[in-house]
Design a protein around this ligand. Structure first.
Ligand code: MIG
Length: 661
């Protein structure tokens, strides 16, 4: 059952597309016999008692565990590339939790600004959700299991975006590919070494001076022709689109946006100016439907050249600094210089001007993604100006919605690849997400794994992390182990930052290991894509915590380094260095299958309980549930080349599987 409560005057985020009419909150216990206490004394606060064994699932793209208990999280879309354990905000805002124990209740706080979740952080036995203004919708969902609650939630937020089949191929990316030759080199590296590949991502350097929807004509002399040439090699080029539009006379998109008044404005009506990659930019007001349609329409400049996939970046929106910020910094530096000379130079500096350099440093430390800047600009919604900070978490959603709605119009019959860095629930109808700037750390394999089911609960099925790690230098073994998880994530992309070690799979020795591990992905695509389509169709999760399938098995419920995938598979990737295997818990008898480097399969029935399984760096393990089977085909160099004639079924004898396409 879903109940919807309205508090104050909520902003219509359009996260929810169906569901009951709202009832006014009147101070009654919100949800039948499930005690949810609400206080409106000081903003909004909602508390729920937690029993010792309750699990709290949810929050989509968030730090830490599958069970969110014991920490605090703040929905505040942030460009922060350091995903260390103490972080409370990442790029997305997914305000949905499920409290699961004797009873199962889901809470969705449809509130587009900063909102915090204290999940047993202050008191072990209490979940408290707070925000500054009591203007929101609260959805309370009760069901017979966590899985049922998640399904009901998915029904009210609308069907998830469907990625094209090619987007289940493997993609290579690197921030730093600059020219057509760079890209051709990558394709050659993969093709010559017979490592499968379907996509090469184009990061910001393909653009002319980082201007959206432009292509640098020197580095890509005939881009349309280049796109076709790559197509002939079965490679989809996937360009990045950034949120900020460069301010430059003569740049048509800038000029049009100015003329039509489609950029975010300050209170005084002037256009807000933020520095991002292109230098000074304006933000398209994607919350304004007209401006959104206009910005989305620009994607056609690239689809007309044959592009059929995009990734949207910097859409928290990230701000390096604003005019106001840089002015304050300059002022502090000027004050410092003046104080310095007034003091007669360095001699007397410490006595006379001690505070000034600190002032400048303090400003500098906060100049990026500054809260005050987010209060400096406005969106135009229904003819009214609404200050950005009040709807901050909707920018990435609506930038991607701009693209998604436009792509639908441009080619209604065609599925396009689209994913975003920042997001809010609702965006899952238009595109997927990647989880942003992780690091080449072993702990981030596990973070990747744990995020996946949480994202699925919130509707984001097409998702994945930068395999191998974005920041810092990867290692061969880290990349291989991470790929062996990536084999299962809908988005399987190797991406890394500029300045890091080259991370393309052919850069490492014993290339056959990479060929094999990525080849396994292609052997599984008929199964994975089929489970993905079923999950979309049935509002189900592609990845589930073990507790969703085995709620009465405490050991399963507490397992956070294995996942259920579709209806047939359990995965348990290796995520530590220098080990020859790992311990795995089987809630029931399963068949352990390992894809061996010689192309054969190791199959072994394992009983319910704990097992240590050996998994070498060049092997890919999975587990098939009792009396189930999965289709497996021969490896292929790209998705189009998959030969369904080679299909065979692996798993339990007598089991049947129907492929959905
Ligand atoms: O400020 O486009 O998360 O994937 O490579 C960095 C350059 C901007 C951040 C993205 C990352 C991308 C990078 N971008």
């Amino acid at each position: 059952m879903v109940q919807k409560y309205a508090f104050g005057s909520p902003f219509e985020t359009e996260a929810v597309t169906a569901g009951p009419a709202a009832v006014e909150y009147t101070g009654q216990a919100v949800c039948g016999d499930i005690p949810v206490d609400i206080s409106l004394e000081n903003g909004f606060a909602c508390s729920c008692q937690l029993s010792d064994t309750d699990i709290v699932y949810g929050l989509g793209e968030a730090n830490r565990g599958i069970n969110k208990r014991g920490y605090r999280y703040v929905s505040n879309c942030t460009d922060d590339p350091h995903h260390t354990e103490e972080k409370v905000s990442l790029y997305g805002a997914h305000n949905f939790v499920i409290i699961s124990g004797k009873k199962h209740v889901g809470l969705f706080f449809d509130y587009p600004s900063n909102i915090s979740f204290d999940i047993g952080y202050t008191r072990q036995d209490l979940l408290t959700v707070c925000c500054e203004r009591a203007d929101l919708y609260l959805y309370v969902i009760t069901g017979e299991s966590a899985r049922d609650v998640a399904r009901q939630f998915r029904r009210i937020i609308g069907k998830s975006y469907i990625a094209p089949r090619y987007a289940f191929g493997f993609g290579q990316s690197r921030w730093g590919y600059r020219t057509a030759e760079d890209i051709e080199g990558v394709v050659k590296g993969y093709r010559e070494n017979e490592i499968p590949l379907d996509m090469v991502y184009m990061d910001i350097d393909y653009m002319q001076d980082y201007k959206d929807f432009t292509v640098n004509p020197e580095r890509f002399p005939d881009f349309g022709e280049f796109v076709q040439k790559m197509k002939a090699e079965k490679i989809h080029l996937i360009p990045i689109i950034d949120a900020g539009v460069k301010i430059e006379q003569g740049y048509d998109i800038y000029e049009e946006g100015m003329e039509k008044g489609y950029f975010c404005k300050r209170e005084d009506g002037s256009d807000f100016v933020a520095a991002v990659w292109p230098g000074w930019t304006h933000f398209p007001d994607v919350l304004n439907p007209e401006a959104r349609a206009w910005f989305g329409g620009k994607y056609q400049i690239l689809t007309d050249l044959g592009i059929d996939g995009f990734w949207n970046d910097m859409n928290e929106p990230a701000v390096f600094y604003s005019e106001e910020g840089i002015r304050a910094l300059n002022q502090a530096i000027d004050d410092h210089v003046k104080a310095f000379s007034d003091a007669g130079g360095a001699k007397d500096l410490l006595n006379n001007a001690s505070a000034v350099p600190y002032e400048a440093r303090a400003i500098l430390e906060k100049i990026q993604n500054n809260e005050e800047d987010y209060r400096r600009f406005y969106h135009k919604v229904d003819g009214k100006m609404i200050r950005h900070d009040l709807v901050h978490n909707l920018f990435g959603f609506n930038m991607t919605r701009a693209a998604g709605e436009a792509l639908q119009k441009i080619a209604p019959e065609k599925k396009m690849l689209l994913f975003s860095r920042s997001s809010y629930i609702g965006m899952h109808r238009y595109g997927g997400i990647w989880t942003g700037d992780n690091q080449s750390w072993w702990s981030h394999i596990l973070l990747n794994l744990k995020m996946m089911p949480s994202l699925n609960m919130c509707g984001f099925l097409y998702a994945g992390a930068d395999l191998g790690g974005f920041g810092s230098d990867t290692t061969r073994d880290l990349l291989l182990r991470w790929l062996a998880l990536g084999v299962f994530t809908p988005l399987m992309r190797n991406h890394t930052a500029i300045g890091t070690r080259e991370q393309e799979c052919y850069r490492f020795g014993q290339i056959e290991d990479f060929r094999h591990v990525i080849g396994v992905r292609y052997r599984l695509i008929p199964y994975l894509y089929s489970e993905y389509l079923k999950a979309v169709e049935n509002d189900e999760m592609y990845f589930r915590p073990l507790g969703f399938d085995y709620p009465d098995d405490r050991r399963a419920v507490e397992t956070e380094d294995q996942l259920m995938l579709g209806d047939e598979v359990m995965i348990a990737p290796v995520y530590t260095q220098n080990v020859s295997g790992r311990t795995v818990y089987l809630p029931e008898e399963m068949k352990f299958v390992k894809f061996m480097p010689d192309g054969s399969l190791h199959e072994e029935i394992l009983s319910q309980g704990t097992h240590y399984v050996e998994v070498a760096l060049n092997e890919v393990p999975l587990f098939i549930r009792k009396d189930r089977c999965i289709p497996v085909v021969d490896a292929a160099q790209n998705v189009d080349a998959i030969d369904m004639g080679t299909v065979r079924y692996v798993g339990y004898d007598g089991a049947v599987y129907e492929i959905v396409e």
